[in-house]
Design a protein around this ligand. Sequence first.
Ligand SMILES: [Zn+2]
Ligand SMILES: [Zn+2]
Length: 235
Amino acid sequence: MGEERLTPHAEPRSLASFVMIGLNLTFLGTGTSVGVPMVGCECEVCRSEDPRDQRLRCSVLIETAEARWLVDAGPDLRQQCLRERIRELDAVIFTHPHVDHILGFDDLRRFTVGRDESLPVYAQASCLRILEQMFFYIFNGENRYPGYFKPDPQVIDGCFELGATEVVPIPVEHGKVECAGFLFRRGGRSLLAYIPDCKRIPEASMAALDGVECLVIDALRDDPHPTHMRLVRPG
Ligand SMILES: [Zn+2]
Ligand SMILES: [Zn+2]
């Protein structure tokens, strides 16, 4: 999968329904935890000129008529925001606290600098705790000046809303860490599920995904991996 835009809804009946129901997904990064190419690797993929072999750390931008947000903010966040000219955000949602999904947290200050507003940051309690440990200087309230990032921590413990979008956490198994993907519903339709890191989907989560129109899911490589799903090619 290249880093491209797609509009994951099926044939809108009219422009009006597109605006009401539409949800635009931009892949900011689809790479592994160390990115592709890998530092210090001379393999065929890492030497490839193919743009599909240039992958930043996992993150997506989701835009609707009334709100825009990121899912995850990894170490490539700055470059990704510059590339896509992201100037404003209404929220950031975190799937889990692995460093390739959270290390851009400090760079989120560009979205609160000069504004007296905070940026809502949604994560499960265990993930928020790790963010608060790693970025203690952001959360402890000391030395706060206008350039500091001002997060507004929101604990995810069920569905929540961003504008007219219902966000449904989808708990998944991904090694030892508590991890979730997210289902985005608008106008009664399950438009998109985004599950970047996952080894197994529990039954209840599978049921919640029933009828989803577009599923973006982990498929790390051909060979089995202890904490990620793999790609099994037909035939
Ligand atoms: Zn390589
Ligand atoms: Zn992970």
